[in-house]
Design a protein. Structure first.
Length: 193
């Protein structure tokens, strides 16, 4: 990358997000194991990271006010390029949570890979990985529970509780959520015309 391209990209980035948002992102990135460019938007309360010894990785991402990331002792959280976490999103990664590229995660979303405590009759908590593909939209106040894989391009309706895998390019809604539509084929047909 030459100097002109670096200057162009920097100007473009500063048009989208203020220098202040970049400074806040830099301060937040110090709590990550490894991070590229982070942007913090939306004022107070600032995003909070509670890391009990796990690993936290993020590429170029945007975090809004009230975001809370909790990583367990052996946990790992990966957030890929272009993803944003909107206000008051909570992610708990006791074992493993991965969020793909260009995901749009709305307000008050909860993503958890653990029960946080043993269930009745058990002595240990159950942790199962959560994997969210690329270009996934997750609506306001949705809850993504442990052991779930959400395919690329899926849309999760507001208020849904995801307890099972969601296939690529599908729309899921409800409590517990069910696939109500698959839209990839309809998109391909629209492009043929």
């Amino acid at each position: 990358m030459n100097i002109k391209e670096i200057i162009y990209r920097t100007r473009l980035r500063l048009k989208r997000h203020s220098l202040y948002e970049h400074i806040l992102g830099f301060l937040l990135s110090r709590k990550f194991t490894r991070a590229k460019i982070l942007v913090v938007s939306g004022g107070k309360p600032f995003p909070k990271v509670i890391n009990q010894g796990g690993e936290l990785y993020a590429e170029n991402c945007q975090f809004y006010s009230g975001v809370r990331l909790e990583i367990g002792k052996n946990g790992k959280l990966i957030i890929k390029n272009g993803t944003y976490l909107n206000r008051n999103t909570l992610i708990v990664a006791n074992k493993f949570v991965e969020i793909g590229k260009d995901c749009k995660i709305s307000w008050d979303v909860i993503i958890m890979d653990t029960d946080l405590h043993p269930l009745p009759g058990q002595t240990e908590t159950i942790d199962k990985p959560v994997i969210i593909g690329d270009n996934v939209w997750i609506g306001c106040r949705a809850i993504i529970l442990k052991g779930v894989k959400i395919g690329n391009g899926a849309i999760i309706a507001a208020g849904s509780v995801i307890t099972k895998d969601i296939p690529e390019y599908s729309i899921a809604a409800g409590v517990p959520a069910k696939v109500i539509s698959v839209y990839k084929n309809s998109m391909e047909n629209a492009n043929v015309r």
